[in-house]
Design a protein. Sequence first.
Length: 300
Amino acid sequence: MLYNFSVLDSQTGTNTDGAVPWGGLILSGDKLYGTASAGGAGGNPESFRGTNGANFTTLYNFSPMDTLAATNTDGAIPFGGLVLFSNRLYGTTFAGGIGGGGTIFSIQTNGLGFTVLHHFTATGSITATNTDGASPCAGLILSSNVLYGTAAAGGAGAAGAVFSLNLNGAQFNTLHSFAAVASSGTSTDGAFPVAPVLRLGDSLYGTTFSGGPGAVGTVFSIPLPVPPAVITSIVRNVNGSVTLYFLGAPNSTNVVQFTTNITPPVTWQNVSTNIADANGAWQFTDSNNTATRFYRSYAR
């Protein structure tokens, strides 16, 4: 036995180290990181780390929720596990946040720099719907600086959603909202995704707990939109050439084109074909320095 969580206070439901760990652990170096779905100083669990049972550390205590609105500033009840990138941990909470539908958060491995990346919006009191899903209870996955996850409730059909979010908290996208469930328990595409998704190529794969034609769940796939290529930087080199830096879809094949005049009708010419790396980045150096050129790129 590496560690025993302490007893909860019978009246406040609090303790010093959390309780009822629901999500799995992750390992980085010689340390294990995880979440506890109950307990903690606020009675709304915490993230923790440990090693061989010694040096157990509470990284963060989620704050108490408002007893009537079930909201707070940082989220509550982290059912899912954590993912690690660089020195930061990323996770979700099932409840709390300013909308009461949970949050996506990040925190440094030393317990500093806690940040809420996304507050799931409140669901309608009658329809139970919203635009982004609610109550995520599965862990996130990370692929090419984008977090992907599932929300077990909310969405346009009140049956959950699949979402993505950049590591910096920008560009939250609802990739799919599951359709409303009929009184028979059936739906067209499944309902209530409570497990994480898997990314393979340009698609996400996952399961739903219920719904579907048989009312007992589905296995689904969602094609991911290919992000448009953008020029992130242009550098003029000492020899007069120009190097352009691009960012687009990871591992994609991209054609760089140029034109000398952007007054319609515009004629574009191919000058290079490049393969993006795992982060979606590539570069192209144009040695032509005799005329003004405009550039663009597209994935094929």
